[in-house]
Design a protein around this ligand. Structure first.
Ligand code: PLP
Length: 382
């Protein structure tokens, strides 16, 4: 194929992809322009062999330090992962490895996650051969602490709390989970893949209500994804441990490379997205990220208010920029289908079954006005 033909083939494929503009179902968005710039500049950089790319490594370390500072501990240690899935796997793998050294066998170990946990925890059960127990929820779809305590036993190696659940954007009572974890001397992993770049920028009253980070002594590790609300390029997650000794549990010797050992799950890994993450954090800073979240939350309320005017109630009052709407006796799947026919990509939750929209930085007020008009028509005729 010559170059011209190839370019036209690529353009044809690109036209088949959905632009994010009418996508309300995704936790990803257009990366920030400085992220794209940095990504391109470091496109060939491989952090799996970081001795060859000391400049990129410096950016990764600095990005980790900045994210740690955002989460209440600039000495937290970790690395830029490929996303929430890798971060979650690695956090649990670290504590699993520690417990194995102490004599526990994989098949005996269990962790306790909320029912709302992301499906990456099902992969964890499979890959790490440990039992993943699912705790019930309270009426606000937060993990029920009584259920957590009932499921705990002497083989429980970790609790997991979610700060910004995938389906509802809800935040578990992390402070209380941290107290339980501390009392019992158990590891607590917080999955803030989505909420990690949202909650720190909410108004002070909400920030103190939804504490989830290393400022709570019982929090051992955190997943937070720059490629979601951090506006970096894909793949960019971040895993942070309070205590470096847990990162060391992941070390594998790396003969023939420029480094002695490696902590990541992935071998060859993108330095470009680490550079992109660094670039967004440096360029936007706390103020810039704050402005992004403020606008997403304003539009989240705009959508909820508009839905209420149509007689449609939210499942919960949004805590982060995820809106879930109860459609009373209407068929949710049919509504999704009808909205798709009008060009909208929305998703659904499982229980309760509801319409789900994520208000990412590419969403505008104008767009939501059009969406509400279409929702109104579809709702009336459904
Ligand atoms: C709370 C939470 N954790 C983990 C993940 C997995 O992240 P990724 O798809 O980047 O692996 C997601 C993805 O939506 C999520 O919402």
């Amino acid at each position: 194929m010559n170059r011209e033909e190839l370019e036209s083939l690529l353009a044809e494929k690109k036209r088949k992809d959905r632009p994010y503009t009418h996508v309300l179902s995704s936790m990803c968005t257009y990366p920030h322009e400085v992220a794209v710039y940095a990504h391109r500049m470091f496109i060939e950089s491989n952090l799996g062999d970081s001795g060859l790319f000391p400049g990129t490594k410096e950016m990764e370390d600095e990005a980790v330090r900045m994210i740690g500072a955002l989460l209440g501990n600039e000495n937290a240690c970790g690395y830029i992962t490929t996303g929430g899935t890798e971060s979650n796997i690695q956090a649990i793998r670290a504590i699993r490895n520690r417990k194995r050294k102490e004599g526990l066998r994989n098949n005996d170990m269990n962790i306790i996650v909320p029912e709302t946990a992301h499906f990456s925890f099902d992969k964890i059960a499979d890959i790490l051969s440990i039992e993943v127990r699912k705790a019930g929820l309270d009426h606000q779809l937060r993990v029920d602490l009584r259920s957590v305590e009932e499921l705990m036993d002497e083989h429980t190696i970790s609790l997991v709390g979610i700060a910004g659940s995938t389906e509802f954007g809800q935040v578990d009572p992390i402070k209380e989970l941290a107290e339980i974890a501390e009392d019992r001397g158990i590891f607590l992993h917080v999955d803030a893949a989505f909420g990690g770049f949202v909650i720190p920028f909410l108004p002070e009253r909400e920030r103190s209500k939804y504490r989830f980070d290393f400022s709570l002594d019982g929090v051992s590790s955190i997943s937070i994804d720059p490629h979601k609300m951090g506006m970096s390029t894909i793949p960019a997650g971040c895993l942070l441990f309070r205590d470096e000794s847990y990162l060391k549990e992941l070390a594998v010797p790396t003969p023939y490379l420029t480094t002695r050992e490696q902590y990541s799950l992935i071998g060859t890994r993108s330095g470009a997205s680490a550079a992109a993450t660094f670039a967004v954090l440096k360029y936007l800073g706390i103020e810039g990220l704050h402005a992004v979240v403020e606008e997403c939350m304003r539009l989240t309320r705009f959508l909820v208010d508009g839905a209420r005017r149509l007689g449609i109630q939210p499942v919960i009052e949004p805590v982060t920029n995820v809106v879930t709407l109860q459609l009373a006796d209407r068929d949710v799947d049919r509504t999704v289908h009808a909205l798709r026919e009008r060009g909208w990509e929305v998703s659904t939750t499982r229980s309760p079954k509801a319409l789900r929209m994520v208000i990412m930085p590419h969403v505008t007020e104008e767009l939501l006005k059009q969406f509400l008009e279409d929702l109104s028509d579809v709702y009336a005729s459904n």
